[in-house]
Design a protein around this ligand. Sequence first.
Ligand code: GLU
Length: 411
Amino acid sequence: MFRLAVAQFEEAADRLALDPRLRERLKLPQRALIVSIPIRMDDGSVKVYAGYRVQHDTALGPSKGGVRFHPEVNLGEVAALAMWMTWKCALVGLPYGGAKGGIRVGPEKLSRSELERLTRRYTAEIAPLIGPEEDIAAPDVGTNAQVMAWMMDTFSQQVGYAVPGVVTGKPLAIGGSLGREDATGRGVVDVISEAMQRLNLKMAEATVVVQGFGNVGMHTARIVHQTGAKVLAVSDAKGGIYNSGGLDIPTLISRYNSKTRPLDDCKVGESMTNEELLQLPCSVLVPAALSEQITVRNAARLRCRILAEGANGPTTLEADRILEDQGIFVIPDILANSGGVIVSYFEWVQDVQKYFWTEQDIRDRLHAIISSAFQRTVEFAQTRNVSMRMAALMSGIDKIAQAHLARGLYP
Ligand code: GLU
């Protein structure tokens, strides 16, 4: 994954004719911390997990990015995700650099108390690096508001007073924001609507396929269904379900439980594999699961008009070229899924100011920021004659480059 992030960066840097002195600095993370996290398991034994926190760049402000709990997490992946956070925040105009963290663990294999001890010890280990003015964490794959609450509490216990601004995506009760839970999905639907308008397509006639039914996929399916579009299929890691007449999403959500009731047991459609799902004819395909799902192997078989990347890094470099040849309109990850970090920014602003907004304020401001980022990216792509992915990357990288040039090199 780090290779993918660097290859994308190199191509964008070439097209921008980026100053060679900046190129080397931006290719590698500014800081990376590897920690080992010993925890006492419920049976009394001790297990040690590997954890990471990578800060890619802090030229524009504190670094920002989620924490991922997944059995495949490694330093390269976290560094790639941190780099993408830098470009994402810069692209949409947030005063942040990029970061990411993770623990190599399958969280569903742990009891709640083991998960709490793991989260708290991880937070204590990375505490020297994080803080509301230094580096702000958030949920990502395998983490949620509860994990953020434990992180906030652990950090706060160490300094002796409540520091809500050290993490975003927290529960409302401790300074979380209205509208954060479904912000990424809402942003995905905002940019889908923009793209539909651009292609002269109507939302009410759209058919949508969503890969992934976690925080991003589920809310995307729910909100896009509310717009009147038909959601043909959704999936999770175990497989998907399909209904040619459109899935009844509210019923599906009320029945589904990732641990106890799989999608194909919810009785709203027929089973289908993830691979079949990606190849369904539809107006919009939303990969909202893990990275590198669209590769040379399946890219030519995609049958969507618009690809809206809810996940980070779902498309490989080679697959990108195939999508371009096929004329698929790609809304790249750093734009399509930026709703999450945009509302994280709102949460942090509210925490720092101790003044909280209404949900309507949050939605309106999210819509304003993400739609204008979409329009700017479309214009950039047209004037520079590059793909939407390159346009998004180039805009983000250029902003960071300008900041570095203005600040100069210390000492
Ligand atoms: N994990 C999300 C992302 O990849 C959100 C990050 C954040 O809110 O800081 O964009």
